[in-house]
Design a protein. Sequence first.
Length: 349
Amino acid sequence: MGIYKSLVFPTLKKFDPEKIHYFSTGALQFLYNLPFGKHLLKFLFDVKSTKLETTVFGLKFKNPVGLAAGFDKNAKWIDPLSCLGFGFIEIGTLTPKAQSGNDKPRLFRLMEDEAIVNRMGFNNEGTTTAVELLKKRKSGVIVGGNIGKNKITPNEEALNDYLIAFNDLYPYVDYFVVNVSSPNTPGLRELQEKEPLSKLLLAIKAENEKKEKAKPILLKIAPDLTESQLDDIIDITVSTKIDGLIATNTTIDRRNLKSSNKEIEKIGAGGLSGRPLKNRSTEVISYIASKSNKAFPIIGVGGIYSAADALEKLNAGASLIQVYSGFIYEGPSLIREICKGLLKAKQIG
């Protein structure tokens, strides 16, 4: 990670985060398209070992390290990203209709905290565009589809949006994630309450069971839930018989940050991800795994910047992990370092 952290990232961080996101992914796509580019990327970053393989909710992952939703919202970069060694890639959050998201600027770095604040607002090109791109992908990497509702859709009609997105993506993704935990769509987190959430999940599950082959359905939860709310989430997961949870999404909490109050206030609202989320997401994973007696798989995400962080999540009860902010701050070799660390620790196999 030396060159990236000492040279590349210090240069990138001088520019607008959202513009740099598209510049970086464009550069990755350019490298991938070069003669032997795909092979070079795999040589540099991909760790191959049968000891890393793991089967979770009926899917066989080449390794347990995934890319969290939000990085490749529209399924544009699955093929080049897969060359970086990811065991799975989660696209989205996708909504039935394209939407521009919240006003810019809406993506910020808190450098002292190695954190990111976003209030993107489910900006995406809609499921129809994503489907056309998914049809063209060449990589066999496992792909998850993270689905949400359009901003203009009232909560009482949210189910229709989730069902449309589910049916559009069904033939082209390997598992689904129901996102009701983003803090950046007004009223969305109200769907995490027990009654509306149960109805939503049962309806999506019923639609899933109409298919020739049902696909795993997961729920992504916020880190800001109380213990009683987490107890409700466990009850819902067990009673609806969905396949698992993703813990956790971004947080609205701003406590114990190193960045100045002035900087934090200037940025304003949004979901915070990165290193400050590490302990809370691990607490949520541990609580759910313990309280449920590991009744279902958990994908752990939040503040993973090293192999040690990944092991912490797995030891807390996660079956798989995802990275996002750590991938941005540490660089593409993070996946390789985690996989090597897992092999060294004999955590897998």
